[in-house]
Design a protein around this ligand. Structure first.
Ligand SMILES: *Cc1c(COP(=O)(O)O)cnc(C)c1O
Length: 474
């Protein structure tokens, strides 16, 4: 049962069991003198005792530092070539009022893509002028709200949206700044990118349609063209995909300059992070230098001034700042036949699952897991961490090592869960969504409260007026 286990992926050979790999844990993560993991100066075990599990923990200093770092990186590079840079935090990765305020404190803008995200950002006090709004199917009501509230920029995603956005602006009595989302044909995922004439997806307009849509924008005095917008994917390593997309967008950008000003270029988000210790994210400074360098070089070739740049990272800012804490339950050893002989996979169930981490089931994403509440000298065992949902694909961590004595009642922590975890959480199996708690300087603060069974039942119209069951549980 202990290693070597033929079911163990090779990457675990190089992993030090129990270690907190710096690229997947917040910088503040450490083990205290009792072997308990702490983040932001607070032991995860203490947080679990106060807030229950499953629990999302977000390291505020890590979020703020990363936000400031990405802004400084792009701004320094842009200023060196005579331009400016704006960073929009992509709220869809994880949006709460406090996180929106942290972004403002650090000088970032906020990117939203639905009426809900827009309402939250406005309610949190983010000035509308610091908001960008995109989305491939914005309703008239969403466009009206965006225009009325004075949103700083709307990303038009189709030719038919031009008229609807202009009408919303006229109705609101404002001039709406707009970007045009372009389907550049560049699609990137993790380590590779693909460049075709047109990517087979729903977002944006074809490069060949840019001139026509821009002309339509310029015909409407209620609209002001900011520039082109591209977003080539998510969890992308390296500069090449962004550089290729920038080159394609800039060729269209140059053509638009003949018809009037085009002050900026928005290259979207998608900067990748490390989820396991064998991965390394491209440093953001290297990305900024490479991307801005490619923009500047292309502008020089085309004989056009370098526009102001905008980027929209979500995952890169919050992903590595989040840790999910679970309580372990049932432990089951499953005997299997492999090509290399018999082997055992240990299934450790936790009190969450695909309702709080959809990415493993959705994308086959890889994570790591650590025993969080104590030290253990027991030999490491290959485990698969699974949830409590009625589905065999309900996996949280596909493969990692845990001390052989880790079991019921222990706390398990899964790092790199700050982005697209709470945001993608569901109520599958009528499970209530976990709270999000921020840690900072040894103190903790609830950002989002735990959903209750009562919250869930309250939406069922067939139960209106019915008493909540006695002794209602979480
Ligand atoms: C999702 C999205 C982002 C953020 O992507 P990350 O991978 O989280 O950086 C930015 N811009 C647009 C248009 C998006 O759809």
């Amino acid at each position: 049962m202990t290693l070597p286990n033929p079911l163990a992926p090779a990457r675990l050979d190089r992993d030090e069991p129990g270690a907190l790999a710096p690229q997947v844990w917040p910088a503040s993560a450490r083990r205290d003198d009792r072997g308990r993991i702490e983040v932001g100066g607070v032991a995860l075990a203490d947080l679990a005792a106060r807030h229950g599990t499953p629990l999302y923990v977000l390291d505020e200093a890590e979020v703020r530092t990363r936000a400031a770092r990405v802004l400084a990186a792009f701004r320094d590079e842009a200023r060196a070539v005579g331009a400016d840079a704006h960073v929009y935090y992509a709220g869809k990765a994880f949006l709460s009022a406090d996180v929106a305020r942290w972004m403002r404190d650090e000088g970032l803008r906020v990117d939203v893509c639905t009426g809900g995200e827009l309402a939250l950002a406005l309610a949190a006090g983010v000035p509308a002028s610091a908001l960008g709004m995109h989305g491939n199917d914005k309703s008239d009501a969403e466009l009206a709200t965006a225009a009325r509230s004075g949103v700083g920029a709307v990303v038009l995603d189709s030719a038919e949206e031009v008229g609807r956005a202009a009408d919303a602006a006229r109705e609101a009595g404002v001039v709406l700044a707009v970007r045009i989302r372009v389907n550049s044909g560049v699609h990137a995922s993790t380590h590779e990118y693909l460049a075709t004439a047109r990517e087979d997806q729903k977002f944006g307009i074809a490069l060949s349609d840019v001139a026509g849509v821009a002309a339509a924008v310029r015909e409407r005095p209620e609209l002001r063209l900011l520039g082109l917008h591209g977003h080539i994917g998510s969890q992308i390593a390296g500069v090449a995909g962004f550089a290729e997309a920038a080159r394609r967008l800039l060729a269209a950008h140059r053509d638009l300059l003949a018809g009037g000003p085009v002050p900026e270029l928005n290259l979207g988000g998608g900067f990748g992070i490390a989820y396991t210790s064998d991965e390394q994210a491209t440093p953001i400074e290297e990305l900024a230098a490479g991307i801005v360098g490619a923009v500047a070089a292309t502008c020089a070739e085309l004989g056009v001034p370098v526009p102001d740049l905008a980027v929209e990272p979500g995952r890169w800012i919050v992903g590595p700042a989040g840790v999910t804490v679970y309580t372990a339950g049932t432990v089951k050893d499953v005997a299997l036949e492999t090509d290399d002989g018999p082997a055992v996979r240990r299934y450790v169930s936790v009190d969450g699952g695909m309702s709080d981490n959809a990415r493993t089931a959705l994308y086959g994403a890889e994570y790591s897991v650590r025993l969080a509440n104590r030290d253990s000298a027991a030999d490491p065992v290959l485990v698969r961490v699974v949830g409590r949902h009625c589905e065999s694909g309900d996996v949280v961590v596909r493969a990692d090592l845990l001390p052989g004595d880790a079991g019921r009642g222990d706390l398990l922590a899964v790092p790199a869960t700050g982005a697209y975890h709470h945001a993608l959480a569901s109520n599958y199996n009528l499970v209530a969504r976990p709270p999000v708690v921020a840690v900072s300087d040894g103190a903790d603060r609830v950002l989002i409260t735990r959903e209750t069974i009562g919250d869930l039942l309250s939406r069922d119209a067939g139960l209106v007026g019915a008493a909540e069951p006695a002794g209602s549980l979480r």
